[in-house]
Design a protein around this ligand. Structure first.
Ligand SMILES: [Zn+2]
Length: 400
């Protein structure tokens, strides 16, 4: 066989290997695989604003601001004038050494609320007194934008901002949308620090119902970078092997850097200095295990940066206990499932926003709370589920 024929076969087999993922990635910049029918079903399931709106964010911010480890600021305003909030999480006491800087922005696509659920658990870990968050706060500064597209969330535009523009793929526009400008200016500002950003995660969730990272082919980056991407993703994955797909399950940019994404901007301006990746959680009804995912991401960051975190047994037994609550907001009946076997008894206590106990029960496997028959007033309720010394807390909105 001559060389030309060999290379033709090689190109052909590359196309077969990467074909399906290229298709998702390149058609219209919609790498998350948007499906309007599935989205309508999920909006119905999760409720208004896919279960988490700007008002919910403001409530959480008021709570996050109480933490000694969290400072909140705005990086600018959205098209319709909503604040784009950023949390800085670290130990703020006098810094002895330069800390590693990690930037996470979330919910570019409003319908991908699961990306926030993961980020919310990351915030929980990073603000906890013990465990991995406490360890990482001494060595790192985390910046988290929990709602990058607040107008889209409030308008219930599944993909776009108030101008109808998908701000995920607007980074190479002559005049990008204001949301893009604000985030980019913040990136630029932090890259001038003595300790610039080393890891930048862009949090999404995909209808195909898998957890994975989009890694960028060496054709659009470099062989060195492709190796670093493998190291990063496999570091995360090693802490949630059964839940996160192998690093090369979704490879994009085999035809070069497409230019329009945040990661395109990172590669163009900072190459191997910044590990910039899109993470896709599961955008489907079976999504969940957000705390385990958050833990794997944080542990993977520690491994990748050689920070030396080693798990203590408490962290692992915490995973054996998870709950899922749905729908939220609830109109009549709330379903609660734990992932424990049916022999494990969970204690459930529900409080109103004033902290008064309004309901208590024990259950195994799953249970339901009938809000409508309990004569409760609409508003915020807190559910604490306890098992074996561990507590899972969920905030539920009751509206009828
Ligand atoms: Zn997305």
């Amino acid at each position: 066989m001559n060389k030309l024929l060999l290379s033709l076969i090689f190109i052909l087999s590359l196309n077969i290997a990467f074909g399906q993922f290229n298709k998702i990635q390149t058609e219209d910049g919609d790498k998350c695989g948007y499906d309007p029918v599935k989205d309508a079903e999920l909006l119905d399931l999760y409720g208004k604003n896919w279960g988490y709106g700007y008002g919910d964010l403001l409530n959480d911010i008021a709570e996050w601001e109480q933490s000694d480890y969290i400072q909140v600021q705005s990086i600018g305003q959205s098209t319709l004038g909503r604040e784009m909030y950023e949390l800085t999480i670290t130990n703020f006491d006098p810094v002895k050494t330069l800390k590693h800087r990690i930037y996470i922005h979330v919910r570019t696509h409003p319908n991908e609320v699961q990306s926030f659920r993961v980020a919310d658990e990351i915030i929980n870990y990073l603000s906890a007194e013990n465990g991995i968050g406490n360890y990482l706060r001494d060595l790192c500064i985390f910046h988290i934008v929990p709602m990058y597209n607040p107008d889209g969330v409030e308008l219930e535009y599944p993909r776009e901002n108030a101008n109808g523009v998908d701000i995920e793929s607007n980074w190479n526009a002559a005049t990008p949308e204001i949301e893009v400008q604000n985030l980019r200016a913040r990136f630029e500002e932090l890259m001038l620090e003595e300790n610039p950003i080393e890891i930048a995660l862009n949090m999404h969730s995909a209808h195909e119902c898998h957890r994975f990272f989009w890694v960028h082919h060496a054709n659009g980056t470099s062989e060195l970078y492709y190796g670093l991407e493998e190291e990063f993703v496999e570091s995360v994955r090693s802490h949630f092997l059964e839940g996160i797909m192998p690093f090369d399950s979704h490879v994009s940019w085999s035809g070069g850097n497409p230019g329009q994404y945040p990661e395109s901007w990172w590669w163009t301006n900072h190459q191997e200095d910044v590990m910039a990746l899109t993470y896709e959680d599961m955008n489907c009804a079976s999504a969940g295990l957000y705390d385990q995912t958050a833990y794997a991401i944080l542990y993977g960051i520690s491994d990748y940066l050689d920070l030396g975190y080693t798990s203590i047994p408490e962290d692992l037994s915490n995973f054996s206990f998870n709950i899922n609550t749905y729908p939220n907001p609830v109109k009549d009946i709330l379903s609660i499932e734990s992932n424990l076997s049916s022999s494990k008894e969970v204690n459930l206590a529900m409080y109103n926003s004033l902290g008064t106990l309004v309901y208590e029960t024990t259950y195994t496997g799953s249970t339901k709370i009938d809000f409508q028959s309990m004569n409760l007033s609409p508003g915020l309720y807190i559910i604490n589920c306890k098992y074996n010394g561990y507590t899972n807390t969920e905030k539920i909105i009751y509206s009828y």
